[in-house]
Ligand binder design. Structure first.
Ligand code: GLN
Length: 479
């Protein structure tokens, strides 16, 4: 069921939130041994919240999200509930406060069924970097669900909850959404508060919804998007009603198709599916034209300077003193810190800290970090120029279908390449969605729709029109 379907049944009293929650919990029991998308199950809390939601519903003061079961990626702080970032470093961390997005969902009467698995500290594209467990793609259990929000995406595809929150630094909402055939939106940088989101790369991170369709995506955005004075990069703009743009009318909309995104190494089935999807949009009245974004080829390199640099600074706080894992058997303070970081962090996190520390060190700062920031500006300017003439840009979400578990884990560069189509969007701070756009055999293919800052409505409008005339998003895996 989608949020809007469940909401209708709740309003009509055909089902209660407690029943809906029990159904999700049963489904979780049934599929979790195979999918392994959830790191903390909050059954008791969920049933409590569901009872409360039923009272709100009975009183007639519900919101579209009241009583609807959801999952939260495990890098968003939840008061009294472990928030591990799928890392040993935070395995015992129980936050004393809620992230703003969690607060906002609570205000809507959310039912939280659990926290979802992720790559450790959101670093990865397959969820294999989780120190806790490996999540399997419900479409083919031998394959990855994408990452780093792989737990959230897999769980929604497998009907373990009705929607989920994810975070996206270089593709971590969109790429798993593409791999699991669900809808995932990365909002404009600054649109959704990052307060209470465990920081990976602060200038790139953004929270967004993973849902079963575009209408649900709009409903979750209505709840979570807002200005927040506790996040200094939050933009003081009023939140529109994101359901207003779901008209189905995209006549005259101008689509740019950047040739640089149809890269070498792209799977033929992916290319064919996206071209077919673009033809569909043209049938619906949009006009597509090829465009060029020549700096795209630098995006991967820029990202892997900037993201690790910011990560190395953000992760300096894990010293075993204030909170989180602490190696106590040490000779002195320095030894304790070293051991804490040696045993607390996994290999990918250490790799990023080393890359970032190197890029920021005296003598290399200008050559790497500063240069990357300059190229970042060029990339952003190129997008600005395209958006003078086009409403949206359409690309594949990922150059391939989901790969096998273990296939890329020993080759970081291959792993990094699975985000070539999504990274530039974070570099430029733009909003983008991934929606289901077909299958290669039984493996999902995602289409990415990008727009200029704060034009989420344009994206939702076009994605909605596409979903009105296709049913890829309605297919469910047989798990
Ligand atoms: N896969 C990219 C990385 O490893 C992006 C991750 C993300 O968006 N959190 O950094």
């Amino acid at each position: 069921m989608t949020i809007h379907e469940a909401h209708k049944l709740l309003e009509e009293k055909q089902v209660s939130s407690v029943e809906l929650t029990r159904a999700c919990l049963e489904r979780i029991q049934q599929v979790e041994p195979e999918v392994r998308a959830i790191v903390t199950l909050t059954e008791e809390l969920a049933l409590e919240q569901a009872q409360k939601a039923d009272k709100t519903l009975a009183a007639g003061s519900s919101s579209p999200l009241t009583g609807i079961p959801a999952l939260i990626k495990d890098n968003m702080c939840t008061r009294g509930i472990p928030t591990t970032c799928s890392s040993k470093m935070l395995q015992n961390f129980i936050p004393p406060y809620d992230a703003t997005v969690v607060e906002k969902l609570n205000d809507c009467g959310v039912v939280i069924v659990g926290k979802s698995n992720m790559d450790e500290f959101a670093m990865g594209s397959s969820t294999e970097n989780s120190a806790l467990q490996t999540t399997h793609n419900p479409w083919d259990l031998s394959r990855v669900p994408g990452g780093s929000s792989g737990g959230s995406a897999a769980a929604i595809a497998a009907d373990e909850a009705i929607y989920a929150l994810g975070s996206d630094t270089g593709g971590s909402i969109r790429q798993p959404a593409g791999f699991c055939s669900v809808t995932g939106l990365k909002p404009t940088y600054g649109r959704v508060s990052r307060y209470g989101l465990v920081a990976f790369a602060s200038s790139l991170d953004q929270i967004g919804p993973l849902t079963k369709d575009v209408t649900d995506c709009a409903l979750v955005m209505n709840a979570i998007a807002s200005y927040d004075s506790r996040d200094s990069t939050s933009v003081p703009q009023p939140t529109p009603d994101y359901t207003q743009c779901l008209t189905g009318n995209i006549k005259g909309l101008r689509i740019g198709v950047p040739k640089e995104y149809f890269v070498e190494g792209m799977q033929a089935e992916v290319q064919t599916a996206i071209q077919a999807a673009i033809s569909k949009l043209e049938e619906l009245g949009a006009k597509a034209e090829e465009v060029s974004l020549p700096s795209t080829r630098y995006a991967l390199a820029v990202y892997y300077i900037i993201a690790p640099s910011e990560a190395s600074a953000n992760l300096a706080r894990y010293d075993g003193v204030k909170y989180g894992f602490s190696a106590r058997e040490a000779e002195n303070m320095w030894d304790a810190m070293e051991k804490t970081r040696q045993y607390g962090f996994g290999p990918e996190v250490k790799r990023r800290i080393m890359l970032g520390t190197y890029a920021l060190s005296a003598g290399y700062y200008d050559a790497y970090y500063l240069k990357a920031q300059r190229v970042r500006t060029l990339i952003r300017q190129e997008f600005d120029r395209v958006f003078e003439k086009f409403d949206v840009i359409v690309t594949p979400t990922s150059p391939t279908v989901p790969f096998k578990i273990g296939e890329k884990i020993d080759d970081p560069v291959q792993m990094y390449l699975s985000d070539v189509c999504t990274l530039p969007i974070n570099i430029a701070g733009l909003p983008a969605i991934s929606i289901p756009a077909g299958f290669a055999k039984e493996l999902p293919i995602g289409m990415q729709i990008i727009s200029k800052p704060f034009a989420e409505e344009t994206i939702l409008k076009i994605a909605y029109a596409y979903q009105q005339s296709t049913d890829w998003h309605k297919r469910r895996p047989e798990v």
